[in-house]
Design a protein around this ligand. Structure first.
Ligand code: HEC
Length: 426
């Protein structure tokens, strides 16, 4: 099969220590070499309760279609992770290391030998309930929502009023769904009650969100000592993106909240956003660029990033413009995939000085060559439905302390970084 040949050609190019693949005696085996990788990198989705379309637990599961596995691993479609490895390091990266990829491909090349079951790692236990234990409170959609077997569904919105009798500080959250194979993402927005301060704009989530989750990545951590504020009497608005998978299903989405004691909270965690709503993407356009900026009005620690576009989204970059005139790429998604609304969590949270600007540079593909494009003959504008477009760059932030500023000043005495600003767009 061509696919296997492509995979093997890539393998040869990688020039990794694969000589043992030629020697059947020392070829990687399922139990010793492959099973640990599957446990680590695949089973979070490819198990009976996961979002993946089939399990990858046993030798039989995997041996059923070795060429397809070789193909998706070699061309990096699986595990799904879209960040350019040359830009930034992310603590929740799902990507295989080069060594893991080489082992999987060498094993498939060797015909997928099982090896000795005595070499197998203990089976990985998956928590099928709340990962961090029972939450302090659970907010759920009215449900059950019936998801049809096929078709394209508009985003569903569910409003749920809360009343905890007082303002609450949320130190962690977890989203749980009942039908993981059809829930591609959940965003939760908050609407404050009257008198509790300016509410973030809910329309389209342009200013930020309260929580965001993908199946397989549903725990929302905040930096130690920080928490999100939920004013008393707020309404939570769940946006759920359902993608039918061939079988009629029912879902109900729950948000587990873990409260912090007010005296444990040193700073307020927030999700802010850069966005553009004034764009018009011409029919057939490819590489159509849209930019937006966010100005940091205080010293900030940047924790995570979530680019958001719809079906015509093509690429997305975040570029930090520092007050001294230098620029720094923070995240680059060269091939954006609407199905994966991933939050990219920085392995090293980044100090951003007051006055810095984050530039989001998105491109859209409204051509017939984009297989996800519902209509290449239409001019596309901002809108909330998936057939309209959005250009939002979410950022998870907490305010920085004076100590963090001092550490940053001490560390940035060197020469300016030589990164070129891309040519001006609109
Ligand atoms: C974060 C969840 C997730 C992880 C991790 C993941 N997968 Fe998948 N996989 C999916 C989903 C969902 C699909 C269905 C297609 C899609 O939506 O992209 C899929 C589809 C596939 C397919 C079928 C592709 C096709 O074109 O028919 C293969 C093969 C596969 N995965 C292998 C793997 C392997 C091997 C790993 C680990 C190295 C892995 N996946 C890790 C979620 C995941």
């Amino acid at each position: 099969m061509t696919t296997v040949r492509t995979a093997l050609a890539l393998l040869a190019l990688a020039a990794l220590p694969l000589a043992r693949a030629d020697d059947p005696a020392s070829a990687p085996t399922f139990h010793r070499d492959v099973e640990p990788i599957l446990q680590q990198r695949c089973q979070v989705c490819h198990r009976p309760d996961g979002v993946g379309p089939f399990p990858l637990l046993t030798h039989d599961d995997v041996a059923a279609d070795l060429p397809t596995i070789a193909e998706v691993v070699a061309d990096r479609r699986m595990p799904p992770w879209h960040a350019d490895p040359a830009v930034g390091t992310f603590s929740n990266s799902r990507a295989l290391t080069d060594a893991e990829r080489a082992t999987l491909l060498a094993w498939i090349e060797a015909g997928g030998p099982k090896g000795d079951p005595k070499d197998a790692p203990p089976p990985r236990e998956w928590v099928s309930d709340w990962i961090h234990g029972e939450p302090d409170a659970v907010v759920q959609t009215p449900g059950p929502f019936k998801v049809p077997a096929r078709g394209v569904l508009d985003y569903q919105y569910f409003r749920v009023a809360t009343d905890f009798g007082e303002d609450k500080w949320i130190r962690a959250m977890e989203v749980r769904v009942e039908a993981p194979t059809v829930v591609h993402h959940v965003l939760v927005f908050v609407q404050y009650p009257r008198g509790a301060g300016a509410s973030p704009k809910v329309r389209g989530g342009l200013d930020g969100y309260f929580a965001s989750a993908l199946p397989g990545d549903q725990v929302v951590p905040f930096p130690a000592g920080s928490a999100k504020r939920l004013p008393r009497g707020s309404t939570l608005i769940f946006q759920v993106h359902y993608t039918p998978d061939g079988e009629a299903r029912q879902d109900r989405t729950r948000l587990g909240l873990y409260f912090a004691k007010p005296d444990e909270v040193q700073r307020e965690a927030k999700t802010v956003a850069l966005n553009s709503t004034g764009f018009a993407i011409p029919p057939g356009a490819k590489g159509h660029e849209v930019r937006a900026r966010y100005v940091f009005d205080q010293d900030t620690i940047l924790v995570g990033l979530t680019p958001h576009m719809h079906l015509r989204g093509e690429s997305f970059r975040y570029l930090l413009l520092l007050p001294d005139g230098t620029h720094r790429p923070v995240l680059s998604i060269p091939r954006y995939d609407f199905n994966w609304q991933t939050t990219y969590r920085l392995a090293e949270p980044m100090f951003v000085p007051k006055g810095a600007r984050m530039m989001g540079i998105a491109t859209f593909d409204n051509s017939a060559g984009n297989p996800a494009n519902p209509d290449p003959t239409r001019t596309v504008y901002f809108g909330e439905q998936t057939t309209d477009e959005m250009m939002i760059g979410y950022m998870d932030v907490v305010p920085a302390t004076a100590d963090e500023r001092a550490a940053w000043e001490a560390a940035t005495q060197g020469p300016a970084s030589p990164i070129d600003l891309p040519p001006a767009g609109q």
